[in-house]
Design a protein around this ligand. Sequence first.
Ligand code: COA
Length: 331
Amino acid sequence: MTPGSRRGPAAVVSGVGSALPAQVVPNADLSVRLDTTDEWIRARTGITRRHVAAADETTTDLAVQASAQALTGHPAGVEALVVATTTPDRTCPATAPTVATRLGLTGIAAVDLAAGCSGFLYGLATAAGLIATGTAGSVLVVGADRLASLPDPEDRTTVPLFGDGAGAVVLRCGSADELGALRPVVLGSDGRGADLITASHPGALRMEGAAVFRHAVDRMAAASLQAATAAGWELSDVDRLVPHQANSRITTFVARQLGVPYGRQLSNVADVGNTGAASIPLLLAGAAADGRLKPGHRTLLTAFGAGLTWGAVALTWPDLPHTLTPERGRP
Ligand code: COA
């Protein structure tokens, strides 16, 4: 098929949901225990607060809550589930089978994948493949992370950046000319940068902030251009740019490189920080609920994360009558 061709079956977005822990940690709380200030954090990252899970609130809990919201209006559930996470509750077993069972979907295909903060886009591509091969007629893709647990609690350079949350999207088999149809997903990785973001266990995150910053801007801008081209779009066609919410300086640079005007860029980093694989679906759910994202908007998603990994995909936002305002309570 030629780039942008719109024939044949496709994975079509038919639901979106999100979940945030109840506990909110504003910058001022961090400056009590770390050598930092609200002004520094806001100026360097755009972050003012983040949600942090309680000790007994797991990645699985957040994933279940976001998934249940995304499945509103889907009484038959889905035929497969992909959970993208860097912070599973346990190394073994995977998160997804438990999430499926807690949703009443025991028996469906269920798998975790780890691609850092790009995990949700890798999940979308996986779901599109499951649909294209006829393996599943509908797939729930969840991004869920508890990244606030990863930094050394004494490290002022990383603690302010991260928050916890989950977001979920339902994909069903539809046709490529429908609203909500995913266009080709652009994905990439570069293991030469593996040591730029590492975490062997909670409390042990290490990050080369400045190098990560440069890679994030370059990779998200390049992937976005590729995804727009694959969809047959000019960058001036983009109504909504939805970049991974690493920090507002990174996303501003990406939008500037692409020439996407500030007002077309969606953001929630001020309120939630960097929520890893949850970042993009959490932002989609919030923006769809409050009207920043409307049916017909030509929408470009892009992400970057540890690995290094990156990705981007274009879709025209669908009409989702069941979109709910994100809940801010515990499951
Ligand atoms: N409060 C106050 N000062 C801080 C601080 C904090 N929270 N964190 C770092 N500093 C200090 C540093 O110690 C350094 O001080 P020094 O000059 O005396 O050594 C100074 O601020 C500048 O540090 P630097 O790391 O150069 O700042 P920066 O402008 O690069 O901003 C980040 C740091 C982390 C905000 C930035 O590098 C970044 O956003 N990187 C990408 C991180 C990211 O998004 N990762 C996930 C990608 S998925």
